[in-house]
Ligand binder design. Structure first.
Ligand SMILES: NC(=O)c1ccc[n+]([C@@H]2O[C@H](COP(=O)([O-])OP(=O)(O)OC[C@H]3O[C@@H](n4cnc5c(N)ncnc54)[C@H](O)[C@@H]3O)[C@@H](O)[C@H]2O)c1
Length: 308
C-alpha cells in the first residue's frame, strides 16, 4: 500500500513509518518538526516539512495519492492544552479536519487515527473498555475525542474507512525525556545520569504502559483488518510509578538511588488499566513486549544517547 504518516518525525510516528517500510509499503512522512526531530526520521523514507493545518497538505496528498493515512501529528502536551486550549484544538481538531478534507478530495481509502486513554477521563471501572463513558479531564482529551466524531462523519458521508486506536501510556526509544509526556523517558534519562527523579504523591498511581513497537504493529494490523472500529491498544497490565522506578533501579544497577518525593498533583488519575479484548477480536492485536522487555530495550537506547 501507499501510506502517508503524519507526525512521522515524532516518537511513535517514526516507529509506525519504520514498520510500514519493513513490510515493503511505500511511505511518505509529513511533519512540521514542532516536536519531531530529523534524527528520528527512519532511513530512506521521504518526508515533507508541512503543517497539517496548511493548504500544502492537500497538494502533498494529491501528488502522493496514499491508500491509507496514519494520522499521528498532534499537540500532545496535556499541560499546554490546559494553558492554551485554542492552540490544542487548532492543531488536533482543525489539523485533523483539514487532513480529512484532503483525504476526501483525493479518495483516500482509510485513516488510522492515534487516539488516547485521555478520552475516558477518571475510570469508573477497571479495566477500561471501549464502551466506558467518555468524560475527558483535559482539553487534550477533548480534542483527541472530537476527531473520533469527525472520522465517523467522514465515513458516513464520504465512505472513508477508519480505525481509531486509543493508546495507553506509550514508552520506548525516541520518546523525548525533556517533554512533559512520558514518565518512563524522564525517569530513565535521570537515573542513567545518576540523578533522582521526582515521584508525585505516594507513587502508587498506576498506568497501562505499552511498548512503542507494539503500537507500531497495531497500526499495521489496523490498516489491513477491521473497519470503522474503536479499539484500545494497551497491555491490560497495571503498573505503578513506584514499579517503574524500582524496575529501572534494578535494570541499571543503581539500587541506592532515592526518588525525590513531591506533593501529589491535582487532577491526576489514580488508576488506569485498559481492556484489550476488543483489539484482539477486531484486529488480532495482543502486546508482545512485557514491561521488563520493553524497559530493557528502552534503557539501551537512552544509554547510547547520553554523553557520559
Ligand atoms: N505518547 C503517548 O503516550 C501517547 C498516548 C496516546 C496517544 N498518543 C498520540 O500518538 C500520536 C503521536 O504522539 P507522540 O508521543 O509520538 O508525540 P510526538 O510529539 O513525538 O509526535 C508528534 C509529531 O507530530 C508533529 N506535529 C505536531 N504538530 C504538527 C503540525 N501542525 N503539522 C505537522 N506535524 C505536526 C510533531 O513535530 C511530531 O513529530 C499523537 O497523536 C498523540 O496524541 C500518544
Amino acid at each position: 500500500m501507499k501510506a502517508l504518516v503524519t507526525g512521522g518525525a515524532g516518537f511513535i510516528g517514526s516507529h509506525v513509518a519504520e514498520i510500514l517500510k519493513e513490510n515493503n509499503h511505500e511511505v511518505l512522512i509529513v511533519d512540521n518538526f514542532s516536536t519531531g526531530k530529523k534524527s528520528n526520521l527512519p532511513k530512506d523514507i521521504p518526508f515533507l516539512e508541512i503543517d497539517i493545518c496548511s493548504k500544502e497538505l492537500n497538494k502533498a496528498i494529491s501528488e502522493f495519492k496514499p491508500d491509507v493515512v496514519f494520522h499521528l501529528a498532534a499537540q500532545i502536551d496535556v499541560q499546554k492544552s490546559l494553558h492554551d486550549p485554542a492552540f490544542d484544538a487548532y492543531v488536533n481538531v482543525v489539523g485533523a479536519v483539514n487532513l480529512l478534507q484532503a483525504c476526501q478530495t483525493n479518495k483516500v481509502k482509510k485513516v488510522i487515527y492515534s487516539s488516547s486513554a485521555a478520552v475516558y477521563g477518571e475510570p469508573q471501572s477497571l479495566p477500561v473498555s471501549e464502551s466506558h463513558q467518555l468524560m475527558p479531564l483535559s482539553a487534550y482529551g477533548v480534542s483527541k475525542h472530537t476527531v473520533e466524531h469527525y472520522l465517523y462523519v467522514f465515513k458516513n458521508l464520504y465512505n472513508i474507512d477508519y480505525s481509531i486506536l486509543r493508546y495507553g501510556n506509550v514508552y520506548g526509544p525516541r520518546q523525548d525525556p525533556l517533554g512533559e509526556a512520558g514518565v518512563v523517558a524522564i525517569f530513565t534519562d535521570k537515573i542513567l545520569k545518576g540523578q533522582s527523579p521526582m515521584i508525585f504523591g505516594d507513587g502508587e498511581q498506576t498506568r497501562d504502559f505499552v511498548y512503542v513497537k507494539d503500537i507500531a504493529r497495531a497500526n499495521l494490523l489496523a490498516a489491513t483488518t477491521s473497519s470503522s472500529q474503536v479499539v484500545n491498544i494497551a497491555t491490560e497490565v497495571e503498573t505503578s510509578v513506584n514499579d517503574v522506578f524500582n524496575l529501572l533501579l534494578e535494570l541499571t544497577n543503581q539500587k541506592e538511588l532515592k526518588a525525590q518525593t513531591m506533593p501529589s498533583r491535582s487532577g491526576e488519575i489514580r488508576r488506569m488499566v485498559m481492556s484489550t479484548k476488543k483489539a484482539k477480536r477486531e484486529i488480532g492485536f495482543e502486546s508482545k513486549f512485557s514491561f521488563y522487555e520493553g524497559m530493557k530495550e528502552t534503557i539501551e537506547f537512552y544509554k547510547a544517547q547520553i554523553d557520559f
